[in-house]
Design a binder for this molecule. Structure first.
Ligand code: NAD
Length: 331
């Protein structure tokens, strides 16, 4: 049984419930600076609760810590947890800068613990099948990968929810970094390494520091092209999609968070459907990794790629020109 603590109980509340419902996992503790919230969730889910992370990190029955605080705190809290000998999962994005991600990766390596990043769209069957098919070459030579979302976020969402959203320091960007990071992660998973990007961003209809509209053109080292469009200015949240095609076939994933899709290409739909996806969420993934020794779907180095892409996109937008993508820390 893998004992989990969940830190940060906004989105973390749902993740704590997921832990409590997943075989092989035990929800040991929940933590939030807001003690009243921690108590409420702890009582609801029948686990220890605390406003003091240090106290929870001292517990021997906590094996893994899920960091669900505002994004700019992920590495700081993650490092505290790995230094206490705990495996760590951060929610997306891994943190707001590559430098912070690198500190967390180095700390986890030093401590000899596992580090994962929770990108829930990685566990959706359709997305797993498309990534697998692309790696097998079933779509032929990749030509274009496209991700886009048009969502609504109110002024209240930014003003009255802890004051961290839409800030560089805690959100690491706007629509691309927060809502869009799931799709950026999918694009990188599907298409591989970007070599050059050009981005434009705008703050069109919110009173925030970071963009509520972002667009980009990408070149991948494979020779394929990519595009990104993400905005929180649409009157409603209407779509969140990923599309990819190559010389032999294409897939339009109309809803990347649930996997609704259309497949084009001779026999491709049947071949995709035959691919078994063994993992359905981050908790199963961590339990399988620790109990069976399987690879994490998104480890620290993989999670860092999205943050590196975000930095490249924002650099391009600031400088008003295409930029070469920086290489990974392992190069
Ligand atoms: N689908 C997803 O994967 C998904 C969805 C939403 C949010 N997120 C991510 O989850 C993170 C949090 O977003 P949210 O919407 O839950 O935010 P939120 O503001 O609703 O909740 C954050 C919680 O963290 C607590 N907190 C802040 N600092 C803390 C600290 N030092 N120690 C303990 N608790 C602390 C706050 O009191 C608050 O309850 C962000 O990184 C965001 O990108 C992921």
């Amino acid at each position: 049984m893998v004992g989990f603590a969940v830190v940060g109980l906004g989105m973390g509340r749902g993740r704590a419930r997921l832990v409590s419902e997943t075989g092989g996992a035990e929800l040991v503790a929940v933590v939030d600076l807001n003690a009243e919230l921690a108590r409420e969730v702890g009582e609801e889910l029948g686990c220890h609760w605390s406003a003091d992370l240090g106290e929870v990190l001292g517990r021997h029955d906590v094996d893994a810590v899920l960091v669900m605080t505002p994004s700019g705190l992920h590495a700081k809290i993650g490092i505290q947890a790995v230094e206490a000998g705990k495996h760590v999962v951060t929610t997306k994005p891994m943190d707001v800068t590559v430098a912070a991600c690198d500190r967390l990766i180095a700390a986890a390596d030093t401590a000899g613990v596992k580090l994962a990043v929770d990108y829930q769209s990685r566990y959706v069957d359709t997305n797993f099948r498309v990534a697998t098919a692309l790696r097998q070459g079933w779509l032929g030579k990749p030509i274009l990968g496209e991700v886009r979302f048009k969502w609504f976020r109110s002024g209240d969402y930014f003003e009255h929810s802890g004051g961290w959203r839409g800030t560089w320091a805690m959100d690491g960007g706007g629509s691309l970094a927060n809502q869009g990071s799931h799709l950026l992660d999918l694009l990188l998973w599907f298409m591989g390494e970007p070599s050059r990007v050009y981005a434009e961003t705008d703050i069109a209809n919110h009173d925030i520091e970071t963009e509520d509209l972002g667009m980009a053109i990408l070149n991948f080292t494979s020779g394929a092209k990519g595009t990104i469009l993400g905005t929180t200015t649409f009157p409603e949240s209407v779509y969140f999609s990923a599309e990819v095609h190559g010389t032999e076939g294409g897939v339009i994933i109309e809803a990347a968070l649930d996997g609704t899709s259309r497949v084009f290409g001779e026999g491709l739909a049947e071949r995709l459907n035959a691919i078994e996806n063994p993992l359905h969420n981050i908790v199963e993934d961590v339990v399988s990794c620790l109990d069976q020794g399987t690879e994490l779907r998104v480890d620290g180095r993989e999670g860092r790629r999205t943050v590196a892409l975000l930095e490249d996109l924002y650099r391009s937008s600031r400088e008003g020109r295409p930029v070469d993508c920086r290489r990974s820390s392992d190069d």
